[in-house]
Design a binder for this molecule. Sequence first.
Ligand code: CAA
Length: 385
Amino acid sequence: MKIGIDKMAFATTDKYLDLRELARARNVDPDKYTIGIGQDQQAVVPPTQDIVTLAAAAAQKLLTPAAARRISTVIVATESGIDNSKAAAIYVKRLLGLSDFVRTVELKEACYSATAGLQFARGIVALNPQEEVLVIATDIARYGLNTPGEVTQGAGAVAMLVSRDPRVLAIEETSVSLTKDIMDFWRPLYATEALVDGKYSTSVYIDCFKEVLTRYQQLTGRPLADFGALLFHLPFTKMGKKALAAVLGDRTDGTAERLRQALTASQWACRQVGNLYTGSLYLALMSYLQNGDAHRGSRLGLFSYGSGAEGEFFTGILQPQFAENILPLTPALRQRQRVSVTEYERLFDEQLGMNPADVAFTTENDACPFVLTGQQDHQRQYRAN
Ligand code: CAA
């Protein structure tokens, strides 16, 4: 039985920052951001948006009433959770109007956990082929103003329906996971911004990719020529370029050129929103399928990485109806309003974070479909917008 991704949708905030402007404000050469890091724009998060509103916005695009009835389980993958106990999936389930008879859970392992969610969803569908699982990767990447990581911030969610006879990507059996206890990036319970050993994180990412790919190739005997594309977790687009270069070297044959072109297509969306953490790999997949030379029947390799650290390399076969079941990325990106650096800094400081007080946010400037209206008695308040 084929099992995999049946449909995908993406949501981000309605505001963005031009990173050339940020570079000027930080006294940095803009080329460092746009070429050295490989980012042009970044999603700006108003206090009225968080991982719940973004997740619900992405998932709502996928749901017809019939699809909603088939969902047995909602898995929300995030590393920017809003509660240490209650699953964000419960709020999302209510905002989407799903039946009370669903299973809801939140998964955590840095940027990796959506891949765990996808694999767990495969298991649920294998046991109960009539069921579908809604997997949502949702995050706000937040490093702090004036930090080296600031240029790599971002925000957004990718929602995926996992089912039998999937219309986008049938996931194959062989995958390789690798876990090592290291401190490259983490966020203690008392912090709203991540702590990161930036340079170290980029080198362990590459080491992890090479190790899982090598083992995968030992297990399957598949050369790189067997892949239509290699897709990467993209904390910033240059990271994908470094990872691909680590296995291609200076090869210039047809396979190498195809994989480089596919990488460029997969980076298109990340360049405009920044790091989505759990959703980044899946946004790269959507971006490749909408901008690249993708063909039905082609084998795609996906590298998922979460600091701390865990990596997984797995593969899937593109299905004939993939194009119709990847909801367009362009509207979410085109409808955004550009904000100044001053406005971005104000909005950055207004996010709820760990503030225990009652607050009410003004929602009239927020064009997203769901909003966080504030907090009362330590409870976040959400509604459709
Ligand atoms: N023109 C063109 N390029 C320039 C330039 C200029 N004027 N000035 C500098 N550059 C280039 C540098 O040569 C460098 O390129 P290479 O990496 O190819 O050598 C690049 O710009 C970055 O510059 P620095 O080396 O000075 O790096 P930095 O101090 O600005 O930090 C960073 C970069 C480490 C990525 C930092 O932004 C960071 O810590 N980001 C967050 C951590 C992160 O994203 N890690 C990724 C791996 S971990 C992971 O994947 C999980 C996750 O999502 C976090």
